[in-house]
Design a binder for this molecule. Structure first.
Ligand code: NAD
Length: 258
């Protein structure tokens, strides 16, 4: 019997402080609920007071003491600095960061304007980069932390009509791998979750016919739910994943499988 065989665990997120960006809806909101259920104190970033109010309405009363909304635009570097000062003074620690805020514009390569490309990079890449910078400084103090970045299968394999979005997600994926190497010695794990097609507001513009076409290519026979992604993120944030870092975990029903 190996000496480590007593280490089987089922860890929750008790006593962990976790920041989730773009938390007002979709995968971010599912993640907030999943982390609260698992015992974490959740700092839910929303872009404005209206979306924070909407989110608070779907949070169970029993979690209200562990739920805090932080209102700022993730691309606003000055606001971000202030928010991390607040996190440091109020909570004194950060155990998890989920870089979930994301935007997607689908356009043919030839039609994509530089301004649209830059807008996607600002949210999907630069804001995540800055969050990792600030979060890792706090995490280093306790020599532990888990960062999860929301990539995409198109960031790994490319996507027709999605060149700019795919580029931004590919950048985020390689940022995760680089950060995993650099921050590992400080006890910080960094992983990417790469969803396939998940039914949220981001994909609400897809026609029924298009969704059926995508579903026909999903071996598991259905489109993804926000909870499918949130469950995997919760695992990566937990100590059950303590030897998992630098990985890209697909949550796509095997859609991307060759
Ligand atoms: P969504 O559009 O429902 O949610 C995105 C969230 O990000 C929203 O709450 C939005 O307000 C927030 N956001 C955007 N810009 C922001 C900013 N500047 N500041 C603060 N918040 C901002 O989308 P979703 O499907 O829940 O996507 C969540 C993440 O998963 C995104 O990064 C997305 O790219 C990724 N993803 C989604 C799918 C899918 O099929 N839905 C597939 C692959 C990857």
């Amino acid at each position: 019997m190996s000496p480590s065989s007593n280490n089987f665990t089922m860890q929750g997120l008790d006593n962990k402080v976790i920041l989730i960006t773009g938390a007002s809806r979709g995968i971010g909101a599912a993640c907030v609920n999943s982390c609260l259920e698992a015992g974490a104190t959740v700092l839910a970033n929303c872009r404005n007071a209206q979306s924070a109010e909407k989110l608070s309405l779907i949070i169970s009363e029993k979690f209200s003491k562990r739920f805090h909304s932080l209102i700022y635009d993730v691309t606003d570097s000055e606001a971000l600095k202030q928010q991390f000062k607040f996190i440091q003074s109020q909570f004194g620690r950060l155990d998890g960061l989920v870089n979930n805020a994301g935007v997607m514009q689908e356009q043919a390569l030839a039609m994509t304007r530089k301004i649209d490309l830059e807008a996607m990079f600002a949210v999907n890449v630069s804001a995540a980069f800055e969050h990792i910078q600030f979060a890792s400084r706090l995490m280093m103090r306790n020599k532990q932390g888990s960062i999860v970045n929301l990539g995409s299968i198109v960031g790994e394999y490319g996507g027709k009509g999605q060149a700019a979005y795919a580029m931004s997600k590919a950048s985020l994926s390689v940022l995760s791998k680089s950060a995993a190497k650099e921050l590992g010695p400080s006890g910080i794990r960094v992983n990417t979750v790469a969803p396939g097609f998940i039914e949220t507001d981001l994909t609400a513009h897809y026609s029924e016919a298009k969704k059926q076409e995508i579903m026909a290519n999903v071996p598991l026979g259905r489109l993804g739910l926000d909870s499918d992604v949130a469950n995997v993120i919760r695992f990566l944030l937990s100590d059950d994943a303590q030897y998992v870092s630098g990985q890209v975990i697909g949550v796509d029903g095997a859609l991307s499988f060759p």
